[in-house]
Ligand binder design. Structure first.
Ligand code: ADP
Ligand code: MG
Ligand code: MG
Length: 211
């Protein structure tokens, strides 16, 4: 069933903005040894702006919700994560077109287009210790759950778990993209902040779908 509509994604935006608010200090702490200690602040600024903008003018399709959030992230976040997440969400939103509601498979296709756009922009591969290490396993798990006959709830739950595992698995890696890559071997032993925020975005989506 096409059970993913604008209202669901607006509830997700609301929940995600609160979760980012709660986790901002943690994200910034993760960005301190291997970055410039601003990932929490960047995410908070971007999602606050998105929530305010979309509250004022709520889009009425899921595609338009994602495009609008992406646009806010790009225009308000100075750090690398703004254009990267912004591109992901804008591309995903465009791929959903103007359907009033989409299926889990359609959302997965949209997210795949979005992650492809993020990878094109940032050039990161798997195990470069970036958000890609949470996002690619999440897409695979999403697909595996659908292939196994699962619905939206099962698919987003599987994607969220895979993203969390992917984020944890960045700790022993040596960063090859972004600011952390300047540290070389000294980036080893720290969990990537962007992979951690990607896991938060997906665990919050799973929570929103389950409610
Ligand atoms: P900045 O590094 O500009 O301060 P943030 O701190 O907001 O930006 O975001 C840092 C996160 O962005 C990293 O933890 C990493 O996950 C992600 N990142 C950085 N560069 C890239 C890239 N080229 N491709 C994918 N993700 C990246
Ligand atoms: Mg930073
Ligand atoms: Mg920065």
């Amino acid at each position: 069933p096409a059970d993913i509509d604008a209202a669901l994604l607006l509830r997700w935006l609301d929940a995600v903005t609160s979760v980012i608010e709660q986790e901002a200090d943690h994200l910034t702490q993760l960005d301190s040894p291997i970055g410039d200690a601003d990932h929490g602040a960047n995410m908070r600024r971007g999602f606050r702006a998105a929530r305010t903008a979309l509250e004022q003018e709520p889009p009425d399709t899921p595609g338009a919700v994602l495009v609008a959030i992406g646009r806010q992230l790009i225009s308000t976040v100075g750090g690398a994560s703004g254009p990267l997440y912004g591109t992901l969400l804008r591309r995903a939103g465009k791929a959903l077109g103007d359907a009033p509601a989409v299926t889990a498979a359609e959302l997965r296709d949209g997210l795949r287009a979005g992650v492809d756009g993020l990878v094109q922009l940032g050039g990161a591969k798997l195990e470069d210790k970036t958000m890609v290490d949470a996002l690619l396993p999440a897409l695979d798990a999403f697909t595996a759950a659908l292939d196994a006959g699962g619905g939206t709830e099962q698919a987003v739950t599987a994607a969220a778990s895979a993203a969390e595992e992917g984020a944890t698995a960045t700790t022993p890696l040596r960063a090859r993209k972004g600011r952390a890559s300047y540290l070389g071997d000294r980036s080893i032993g720290h969990q990537d902040p962007g992979a951690t925020s990607s896991a938060l975005l997906l665990t919050t989506l799973a929570d929103t779908v389950r409610k």
